[in-house]
Design a protein around this ligand. Sequence first.
Ligand SMILES: [Zn+2]
Length: 340
Amino acid sequence: MRAKGFLVAALAGLTAIPALAQTDAKAHAPTATAPRTNAPAATASAEPFVLHELAPGVYAAIDGPAHQAGSNAGIIIGDDGVAVVDSFFTPKAAQALVAAVHRLTDKPIRYVINTHYHLDHTGGDGVLKAAGAVIIAQTNVRTWLHSENPHLLGDHMTPALKAEIDALPEPDITVDRRLTLWLGARRVELRYWPGHTGGDLVVSVPDAKVVFCGDLFWNHVSPNLIDGTVSQWIATDAGLAKAPDAEATTFVPGHGEVGRIDDLIAFKGYLSTLSADVVAARVQGLSGQTLSDDVAARMKTRYGDWSAFGYFIPKEIGFMAAELDGTKVVPQPASPEAGK
Ligand SMILES: [Zn+2]
């Protein structure tokens, strides 16, 4: 299923920053002066997200049409408690998520699992912690929450966002590579995969055939490559697509609608095409703006209808060229064991 309509730009989720909203994925990139009235407030739902039951006790909370959640999240209900996957961008959206869990079950929220450090997935961690959750994240996230989120926000940083970042609680449990979580008889597998930030966890619920991919999978949404290593990312998505039961698995992306294996493969194809097109343009001797315009035009013929394409593609090309040059700057692991 395709992500339709407008999408918030910079993190594909920072709706709390009005200047970043755009109404049409095919429109030009929003500017700092983009009027708030472009946002389709009339279509905003009461909830910042839409709940989808994917299997008994397993839900995807998909960012709503007004993108007030800022990203997707998940709810996994076991025999004796609940694990939440990601906490959205704003505390307000996280409060709505906690309320949704309490409507679904009387069981306690025992864990929140961060798929990565980006603020659009961790901004509500304080709310989840106050609701009783133990915070679990990949080892690098414990450092990067505070050291890297300012870089992620860049020019969009405000004093309020800085205060929000400074107040983010650190994970209580960190995972280098793998962790198995038991919610009674329900097994939840957390596994480190490289590509998007170098500190990403994929969360699987094997009995439900549901995989929460975080931002290693964007479903028909152009991705943010700011911390990405595309060569690793392609290999990761190939690995996820080869998992046992992949054909029967529901893949929940970090952004966009709930997907299946063909959507995951389409996203891998986006990254592969971007990489191949930048390589081809360089072989032709193109560089700088000429290279960017050439690759953007090629990519547009195949992916121009993906959400946020117009905003992200020039940035993606720059990041891809830097990766090929060996000059791409990515967050550095907290320790050699913490993934790289
Ligand atoms: Zn995200």
